[in-house]
Design a binder for this molecule. Structure first.
Ligand code: CMC
Length: 428
């Protein structure tokens, strides 16, 4: 295969280099297209064919169902690593030594206090506020409490911001949930592991000792690892593009939280559970909902099915499905919702509409079932996704700034009115 691509426009030929990634992925480098052709651009709504950057963090092959962070398979990481190791790996590129791991954790704990004033902001929200909106606002507010700008050329400066957000974010997550439930807002326990601490902060009751359940710790650890990064998805692209204007890390992450909120992205985990509940309340007739999903005049989609990139299977869904069975079994939970989920999956996997369009269960089809078994309210599911995705956003933001990427600013094809003469108000 030639390493250039030729484009012919109006009889003129233009050559563009083809670049190749480390896994053999090819891309036509069109950086010079507009200048060379006198103004021609490409158009690709939804960016299905457009790479926005070169990245060394996450590799995924949607056809083969491969997902790797910094070269390590998601299967290995989910089975053998803990979340904090994966956080370190994603951000700094290598698995930490024991010493690096302990120092990293100690630095995070050191920065885990959130200014008490933040509680006043939280108080301003009605109890009915969606936790994702609250979390996005509080994360943005962190900027006001930590105003010094980050010198991205200084690894030390960057590191300080990274451990700050990793320390404070779980506190904000726990406060968001506890405020909704009318529970007191307090801090974590620095004697615990990162994930254990999150559970205790979320669930500790003011009138009893919190007992750590290793099954829940293990399940949450796995869920966070599976969500930790997913290359240039909607929220990550948002974080990179906001950061490309040199907006700070916390502000960029706040924007990423908003992007994640939508039901076509992270909000799907809440939408899946609400859909399964609705099916159960409607008598459990999965066939009826399959028909609705296929009916083009009905806007209903089978939530938790389909993926922009995975067109065979979502490797995260495979791991999560097994984990859901384990967690529910270990906790002795019998959930009719799980039966409905399994029923839907079985039908979809042999249905021509779903098979033809390569629609398979995605990561969010089963994650909500585990969160529910853990006692996490449905509205908090997407917040849990954000907690997992945080290291990915940080790693991608850091990479974007360190590679000195230009400000993200797409072009458009204008389809509006041509020049018109202005008509004054009294003559209209
Ligand atoms: N139910 C029914 N039909 C579907 C579904 C679905 N869940 N997903 C896609 N389709 C159909 C769609 O109508 C279209 O049909 P046709 O070719 O006849 O017009 C075809 O499949 C292709 O769909 P698309 O919308 O062009 O695909 P996309 O790559 O733009 O969208 C998606 C991917 C994830 C947004 C979409 O599959 C979807 O809306 N799924 C449900 C929401 C969901 O579960 N999202 C979580 C994604 S995983 C977590 C994450 O990474 O954020």
């Amino acid at each position: 295969m030639s390493n250039t691509a030729t484009l012919e426009i109006g009889g003129n030929k233009y050559e563009f280099p083809i670049i190749e990634g480390s896994e053999g992925e090819k891309a036509i480098d069109i950086k010079t297209l507009r200048g060379a052709t006198g103004g021609v651009i490409t158009i690709d709504p939804g960016y299905k064919n457009t790479g926005s950057c070169e990245s060394g963090i996450t590799f995924l092959d949607g056809e083969k169902g491969i997902l790797r962070y910094r070269g390590y398979s998601i299967e290995d990481l989910a089975e053998k690593a803990d979340f904090l190791e994966v956080v370190y790996l994603l951000i700094f590129g290598e698995l930490p030594t024991k010493e690096q791991h302990d120092k990293f954790h100690a630095d995070i704990k050191d920065k885990a206090i959130v200014d008490e004033e933040v509680k006043k902001i939280l108080d301003g929200f009605p109890k009915s506020a969606h936790p994702m909106g609250v979390l996005s606002s509080l994360t943005s507010a962190l900027t006001a409490f930590n105003p010094s700008s980050v010198n991205v050329d200084s690894e030390e400066d960057l590191y300080r911001s990274i451990v700050k957000i990793l320390g404070k974010f779980p506190v904000l997550v726990a406060w968001t949930m506890r405020k909704k439930q009318g529970l007191p807002l307090d801090y974590g326990d620095n004697s615990l592991g990162y994930v254990e601490n999150i559970l205790k902060m979320m669930f500790r009751k003011p009138n009893e000792e919190y007992t750590m359940n290793p099954i829940l710790v293990n399940a949450l650890d796995k869920l966070l690892i599976l969500h930790a990064d997913h290359e240039q998805n909607c929220s990550t692209s948002t974080v990179r593009i906001v950061g490309s204007s040199h907006a700070g890390l916390f502000a960029s992450i706040s924007a990423g939280i908003s992007a994640l909120w939508g039901p076509l992205h992270g909000g799907a985990n809440q939408a899946v559970l609400e859909m399964l509940e609705a099916i159960r309340e409607d008598g459990g007739d999965t066939k009826k909902y399959m028909a609705k999903a296929k009916d083009k005049s009905d806007p209903f989609r089978l939530m938790g099915f389909g993926h922009r990139v995975y067109k065979n299977f979502d490797p995260r869904a495979k791991i999560i499905k097994v984990a859901a069975d384990e967690v529910l079994g270990d906790l002795g939970v019998e959930d009719p919702i799980l039966d409905i989920a399994k029923g839907l999956e079985q039908e979809a996997l042999k249905d021509e509409y779903f098979v033809q369009r390569k629609l398979y269960p995605n990561v969010d089809f089963y994650s909500g079932i585990i969160y529910r078994a853990m006692g996490i309210p449905t509205e908090m599911f997407t917040v849990m996704f954000a907690l997992g995705r945080l290291p990915g956003w940080i790693a991608q933001w850091r990479e974007m700034r360190q590679r000195k990427e230009p400000i993200g600013r797409p072009r458009q094809v204008y389809i509006g009115e041509n020049y018109r003469n202005f008509v004054s108000l009294e003559k209209r």
